[in-house]
Design a protein around this ligand. Structure first.
Ligand code: SF4
Length: 234
């Protein structure tokens, strides 16, 4: 690998995280740009800028060498949506060459890219935003066959994986969760996480919603439990 070449990573979280890679302390690396438009997106600064400046592989190597000294063994690549970048496989291959476990976060819109990456990935976390029929309205995304293809691919080929849903009170009703459950029936793991309000979220109507209560996350997990191997609030 030519260390002068650019990776697709445009930001790296300074402190390793205990919550972004199950069971491991992980470095969080971000890519820019996203093909969804979720009203509750927390990475709004990233989603419109598909061509943000990125780090060279040399810079990534320096950072990874330091993290390795701190006993960090895993990297989570997140976005934006990492799979919109055609050069993503080179970056994932580089992270693996450096000896790290690699988790990819994805919205599932690029099954071809996921298939290419699958042999290298140790863990895949795919968002299930809501029941697939509601994607066009909820996240402004219409190509549901692509989402279905990613779900199937992950369930059949991922070494380890989770589906995950950010729960908005009032929208993610029990009926919504049961409808979404039917889209991922038989999955290994489905995680429910809290929505946290913020004043720069893309949808002004969402900015004033409350933070999701733990009891609501538990209700979602309970509604999902009959359909998957493990349903859990995080
Ligand atoms: S898929 Fe993720 S990064 Fe993209 S708009 Fe939705 S929440 Fe934001």
């Amino acid at each position: 690998m030519n260390l002068e070449e650019k990776s697709v990573i445009n930001a790296i979280m300074r402190q390793p995280s205990m919550v972004d890679y199950p069971g491991h302390l992980a470095v969080l690396m971000f890519t820019s740009g996203c093909d969804f438009r979720c009203g509750f997106c927390h990475n709004v600064d990233l989603i419109d800028d598909w061509n943000a400046k990125t780090f060279s592989f040399g810079v990534l190597k320096d950072r990874l060498d330091k993290y390795r000294e701190d006993w960090v063994k895993a990297v989570t690549v997140t976005g934006g949506e990492p799979t919109i970048h055609p050069a993503l496989p080179d970056t994932i291959a580089f992270l693996k060459e450096q000896g790290f476990l690699v988790k990819l976060d994805s919205n599932g819109s690029n099954p071809e890219m996921l298939e290419k990456l699958m042999p290298m990935l140790d863990y895949v976390a795919m968002d299930i935003k809501c029941a697939l029929d509601h994607y066009p309205q909820f996240v402004k995304y219409n190509n549901l066959d692509r989402i279905r293809a990613s779900i199937k691919l992950i369930m059949e080929q991922a070494k380890d994986y989770e589906f995950r849903t950010t729960v908005l009170e009032g929208f993610h009703t029990t009926e919504e969760i049961v409808a979404a459950a039917k889209d991922i029936q038989g999955a290994k793991r489905w995680i429910f996480q809290a929505f946290v309000p913020h004043d720069n979220l893309p949808d002004p109507a969402v900015r004033t919603l409350p933070r999701t209560r733990p009891s609501v996350l538990e209700e979602c997990a309970k509604a999902a439990a009959p359909y998957v191997e493990l349903a859990k609030a995080r």
